[in-house]
Structure formats: structure tokens, C-alpha cells
Design a protein around this ligand. Sequence first.
Ligand SMILES: Nc1ncnc2c1ncn2[C@@H]1O[C@H](COP(=O)(O)OP(=O)(O)O)[C@@H](O)[C@H]1O
Ligand SMILES: [Mg+2]
Length: 352
Amino acid sequence: MSLLKIVNLTKKFDDVVAVDGIDLDVADGEFVTLLGPSGCGKTTTLRTIAGFYYPDGGEVYFGDTLVNNVPPNRRNTAMCFQSYALFPHMSVWDNICFGLKMQKIPVDQQKQRVSKVLEMMGLQRLENRKPGQLSGGQQQRVALARAIVTEPEILLFDEPLSNLDAKLRVQVRVEIREMQKRLGITTIYVTHDQDEALAISDRIVVMNDGRIEQIGNPYEIYRNPLTSFVAGFIGLANIFEGTIVKRENTRYTVEAPFGTVVIDGEGKAEPDSSGTLKFSWRPEEMKVRADNGVNRIRGTILHTVFMGNTTDLFFEVNGFRMRAQTDEVDVVRSGDTIEFTVPENAFSILRG
Ligand SMILES: Nc1ncnc2c1ncn2[C@@H]1O[C@H](COP(=O)(O)OP(=O)(O)O)[C@@H](O)[C@H]1O
Ligand SMILES: [Mg+2]
């Protein structure tokens, strides 16, 4: 049985449909990320799970209990925000202990649980400090400690790392994931950062305009996007549409604006019956100077961007722009003509 089940959930603010009929099942102990651009309905979904908003349509279940009208304080969830929401006048210890006091947990148990969480988060020596005397990363750790000390059934995160610099963001996200795995707490995590979502999640729910575009594990979402929105939002993608001129089982020959390609659609989406096929591939799938590769694409380099471990190549084929990524371009200059190959199985077939 799923620990959290959302069925056809809809939430409106006046005439704005913030969440438009979404379905989601979350298993016990799973780490699920809601990923999408600003305004797509992530926070609204999270706050509806927490009980801060009541749905306009659909159902939210914790286990087999319908919680649509259960107030937040009776849902056994805990929420972590980017703004930390720590009490500035209270010590680290008192901030973490606050929820336990509210729940009227016996004092000796309060002490035991706070000490344990302080140790787990590496905050032992900071317990007497006020939030203002802590770095951003330490404050985020206190906020996390305060959330997990109440032993919630579901842990909710709303863009918890947005206030941290890039290095710290990576460090704290690893800590969050390790802590979540160790405790086995079911977690719903909201972010607009695709790298964060790929790195941290068991499954990613890609949202767009109040709807779910795709649900899958990070590998599936990256390797096999099902819509042009997902292909374009997660990682970089070349996206084109062409006419199917030949089909052998799941192998399609497609006449695209830039030329003809052969696509191995095994394990990919089935194209619709229109005869046109929308497809994408990742820049890093383009091989430079492969001797016997298929799908040869010959283009003119517009410009190159050195990225350290790789180089981005922007080029043009018959007037159409594409990008490639490669680590062997020491001799490539703008204006050069270059030939790439793309493996037949490197393409995703898109539904929309
Ligand atoms: N309290 C509110 N009142 C009115 N409109 C809101 C409110 N909260 C969110 N919205 C609108 O609902 C949509 C989804 O918002 P939100 O869930 O905050 O998106 P996200 O967290 O993905 O950025 C947006 O169009 C936003 O403007
Ligand atoms: Mg938000």
C-alpha cells in the first residue's frame, strides 16, 4: 500500500488553477521530488499535502485514511523551507526542542531526542548558539534537525537549499539524502533545480502548468523524456519533428528538416498515427569523427564554449541549429565543418 496517495488533486486560487488534476502514489520510505519551473504548482501541491490548503477537487490519502479535511497539526508531517523559519531569539537546542514541547513529550524524552538529532546533524557544539550566530549551512541543518526530531511520517521540503551557495548546496543535499536513507522517512522534496532533482531522488515528478508531464526515476527522466517539455527542462536536448518514411518494427527512418535519421525506438514511446514523429537526443550523444557510425550529421560550427571537462559546440545543419558536447575538440574552430554521428538508440520519441 502507498504511504501517500493523491488522486485527481485540484487546487484553485480564484480563477488561477494552480494544481490541475494530478495523481501520485508515494511508497513508504521513498524520496520523491516535484520538479518544474516557477509557478507550475509545486508549493501548492506540497502545502496541500501538509494540510495548509484544502483541495478544491480530488483526494489526499495518508495510508488508507482520507485526510482532505484533516488540519496540518494532525497530519504528522514536518516541513523545511528555504528561509529556515528558525526562531531568532531561541538557542539551537530550544529551536529543535520546540515541536516536542508543543506535542507535550515528557522532558526526559525531549532531551534524549534532541541530543540524538544534534549528534546526527553534527550540531553538538552549537546547541547554545542563536540562529544569527550560525552560517547558512548550519541554519539549514538546524531547520532539518527541527523537522526530523518530531519523527514525522512524511518530511516535506520546499526549495530548502536556495539560500545557499553552489558548493554548500551540493554538500547539504548529500546530507539530506543520507539522513533520509538512514531514517527511512518518506520525503517529498520541491525544487526547480534539475541537477538537484537528478542527484537526490528515487523518483522525479516533472510538473508544468499545474499538471504532471512525467514521473520516473532520474535515469528514465534523463534518458527517456516523453515530452518536449521534459526533454528541454532536464538537461540539454536537440528537439526536432520529422516524417516517418519507413518503418521496420520499432526502427524508424525519419525525414527531418536537417536530414534523414534512423531511430531505434525499442523501449521508447510509440509514435502516434499521424506519420510525423517528434524526437530528441542529448548533445553528449553526438560523436565526433566516429569511423563507422550511422546517422551522419554534417554541420558548420557557430561557436564553442569550453566548460572544463567538456566543450559545448553550437553548430548549424542546413540552417537548423543544434548543440553537441564533446571532450575531443582541440582543433575545432568557429566556421569549421564537422561531421557527427548519433547512435540509433540515442533518440527519445516524444508524445507532445
Ligand atoms: N496564495 C495564492 N493566491 C493566489 N495565487 C496563488 C497563491 N499561491 C500560488 N498561486 C498561484 O498558483 C500558481 C502555482 O503557484 P506555486 O504552487 O507557488 O508554484 P511553484 O511553487 O511551482 O513556483 C501560480 O500561478 C501562482 O501565482
Ligand atoms: Mg514554490
